[in-house]
Ligand binder design. Structure first.
Ligand code: ADP
Ligand code: MG
Length: 707
């Protein structure tokens, strides 16, 4: 009897076990990353559409929605020890009362919370359902702020959950998410806790070798720890491991690109020293030490390495990058090669054309330098294209778009890319398709890339930094102006204005109806307050030729005030522009504001940049920074710290360099990521085998695109 019973019992246990497994498997299978939010418990159509506003359509999106910060409620405080601040308690509730204060229209629920050590008051405002939902005698976790309400300390508006439930919103480290109307962190946490099994279906995408090398947790585990950390150690691990992943990807992207590039051969270009000396002596100014060094570095790249130069020149606006391009181009042309200079806009291409003509002087004959402009008629364009094919044209200048469609220069040895951040394309692919052989590439940018970011992106190699500006440059004074001072500012600036004291007024957009500071609204405002003022208008919707006309009219002093959008952001050199007024500066990135103000103070006289706030509120920290710092590099570092790398590779680019967790200032993590990327290369791991990683790398290479 006894012996028979045991197996029966065992079979029963086994059955229960199997059922449990089946049940668990069932839930795991149900909770796929692709499971639509509508299919989840507690998500109605209103919640679903609110979630969609956050970009969350399925569970995969949900776990890809990272917390922005955390509140630590993991420690349970005994009531007798409670002090004012954020606390969690474990208690039963009694004396539950619901009151409606007619006077203030406020609904108040009060209760007395007690644990074995004591009691405290609890108050909820405007939660009329609260009283009915509390069970007497049940044990709860309550998390919230313990603070004075009137004369005594009260736990205010706490989150509350049954101890018998698995807590999502109390008694643990609580992630705080970017929210939208209708979706609170509370709700998001609840969804994550309810669907925790989904983390198990997150697939690893890094090679096991790298995981082992770096000693990090699996992707699934890391994401779970990020959203539902059991303690602060788990949270720290999650942040460190995710940060590693991000930095590893960026570093690997740049290292693979570098290796790739080194497979190409390009021509050695000897440094023709005596000719170069003559060329430099013929320039209208004496080179700064930074210009000399940078030009020398580029010349050396091209004369020594067997693979194409891939140098980035970083120099603040007005630091004289064009002259460097001219020197390097001269050396290439002297050796029989052709040079192309790509600019982001027609305006800028035009300006480069003029500068190059000035810098080259007699060193180029008529017809050896050409501008490929969209305003050329067909026969003239054909002439340029033929000139490139035959090799008659040595130096060609144009916009990126034009090159893409037309250039077939047989002998192209050097490509100069100005203001690279304005292009959102992979230039290398384009070059490979068009050029007979890989040319040397010199990229110039006024967007300072902070050292910490450069280290990750480019391993600090092949970057020249122009630290100083040409001598005699005057400081640009930047001032924040509140709305109430605006009219007085305009009066003063306009009164002073003359053909030798010109003004830019920059608007964030052309004619968006809901924005006060559009070009069209500002025109109305100007007409009202300054009815006799003559001014010009320039923005991206004008045709290239129209833009050029406006610019040359401004240059020639036909009017002294130019109302503009950011089309003037890059490069344009108007020596007589002494004042710039930027409207709604909070709508621009710091790097962009810095670029913009670089449009004034291009001559020898001091200049001003006024940032006109939209209200009379105190300005943000960001705007105070730009008022204080006039060094683009310091500003970029500060911006990086405040807003992350998106501020530098920001909205103006096709993509975002999305470091959501990693801190570039974390030197240890950065070097660990670099070591791991080296390991990847050393082990000769095949990127193509890791689909998701491969896709990420391709994307990163595109958006960082100094290739
Ligand atoms: P960037 O492209 O770096 O913003 P540019 O090449 O347009 O700057 O140069 C800005 C201005 O400074 C131009 O008018 C240029 O002629 C002048 N410039 C360049 N180098 C020097 C120098 N070494 N000394 C004096 N002026 C210079
Ligand atoms: Mg320039």
């Amino acid at each position: 009897m006894h012996t028979k019973f045991l197996p029966c019992f065992e079979i029963l246990c086994l059955l229960i076990h199997l059922v449990t497994i089946a049940f668990e498997c069932g839930t795991i299978l149900d909770m796929q990353l692709s499971t639509k939010v509508e299919e989840l418990n507690g998500v109605g159509s209103a919640t679903a559409s609110a979630l969609r506003r956050l970009g969350i359509k399925n569970l995969g999106d949900l776990i890809n929605h990272y917390p922005k910060r955390y509140e630590d409620y993991s420690k349970i405080t005994l009531i007798k020890d409670a002090k004012a601040g954020q606390i969690s308690i474990r208690a039963r509730l009694a004396n539950i009362k619901s009151l409606y204060g007619r006077k203030r229209g406020l609904h108040v629920t009060t209760a007395l919370a007690s644990d074995a050590t004591g009691s405290m008051h609890v108050t909820w405002f405007n939660q009329p359902y609260r009283a009915a939902s509390i069970k007497a005698n049940a044990e709860y976790f309550l998390s919230g702020k313990y603070d004075f309400s009137g004369t005594f300390l009260t736990l205010l508006n706490p989150s509350i959950e049954l101890v018998s439930d698995f807590p999502a919103n109390t008694a643990r480290i609580l992630p705080v998410y970017p929210e939208t109307k209708g979706i609170t962190s509370h709700k998001l946490r609840k969804l994550l806790v309810q669907n925790e099994s989904v983390f198990k279906s997150v697939k690893e995408y890094l090679p096991q070798e790298i995981i082992d090398f770096a000693g990090i947790g699996s992707f699934a585990d890391t994401l779970r720890k990020l959203h539902l950390p059991n303690d602060s150690q788990e949270l720290q691990e999650a942040i460190a491991d995710l940060g590693f992943r991000e930095l590893f990807e960026v570093t690997l992207a740049s290292q693979l690109l570098r290796i790739d590039l080194q497979k190409y051969r390009s021509r050695h270009i000897k440094i023709k020293e005596s000719s170069l000396r003559r060329f430099v002596d013929g320039l209208p100014f004496k080179l700064t030490p930074g210009q000399k060094l940078t030009a020398w570095q580029a010349l050396k790249d091209m004369s020594e390495a067997t693979h194409p130069m891939n140098r980035l020149v970083e120099g603040d606006v007005g630091s004289g990058k064009t002259a460097i391009a001219a020197i390097v181009a001269f050396n290439v042309i002297k050796s029989g090669g052709q040079v192309a200079v790509m600019a982001p806009t027609e305006l800028l291409a035009n300006q480069h054309f003029q500068s190059m003509q000035e810098y080259f002087g007699k060193n180029l004959e008529d017809g050896e330098i050409a501008l490929l402009s969209s305003s050329l008629n067909t026969p003239r364009r054909k002439l340029v294209i033929d000139g490139l094919k035959t090799g008659k044209i040595k130096l060609i200048i144009g916009t990126h778009a034009l090159f893409q469609s037309y250039v077939e220069a047989r002998n192209l040895e050097l490509l100069v890319i100005d203001e690279q951040h304005r292009f959102g394309v992979n230039q290398r692919e384009f070059l490979l398709a068009k050029a007979a052989r890989m040319p040397h590439v010199l990229t110039m940018t006024a967007t300072p890339i902070p050292r910490s970011l450069a280290l990750v992106l480019y391993g600090e190699l092949d970057i020249s930094v122009l630290a100083e500006k040409p001598p005699g440059r005057q400081k640009i004074t930047t001032k924040l102006i509140s709305l109430s001072q605006r009219l007085d500012l305009f009066k003063a600036v306009i009164e002073q204005s003359s053909p030798t004291n010109q003004v830019f007024v920059v608007c964030p957009n052309i004619d968006s109806p809901d924005q006060a500071d559009s070009i069209s609204k500002t025109e109305e405002w100007l007409k009202k307050h300054f009815p006799n003022l003559g001014y010009g208008v320039i923005h991206g919707r004008l045709k290239a030729q129209e833009k050029e006309e406006v610019m040359s009219d401004f240059l020639n002093g036909k009017f002294n005030l130019l109302l503009a959008t950011t089309v003037i952001e890059v490069g344009v050199n108007i020596v007589n522009a002494l004042n710039m007024i930027i409207l709604s500066p909070d709508r621009f990135g710091l790097a962009q504001l810095h670029q913009l103000r670089g449009r004034v103070g291009r001559g020898q006289r001091p200049a001003n940049c006024f940032l006109c706030l939209n209200d009379n509120e105190p300005p943000t920290k960001r705007l105070r920074l730009i008022e204080k710092l006039d060094d683009g590099f310091k500003l970029a570092e500060a911006d990086l710290e405040l807003r992350g790398p998106g501020a530098i590779y920001g909205t103006r680019q096709s993509g975002q360099l999305d470091l959501r967790v990693a801190k570039l200032t974390d030197v240890k993590l950065v070097s660990k990521a670099r070591e791991a990327a080296k390991e990847f290369v050393a082990l000769d791991l095949k990127l193509i085998k890791y689909k998701k990683l491969h896709a990420k790398i391709v994307y990163l290479q595109k958006i960082t695109n100094l290739n």
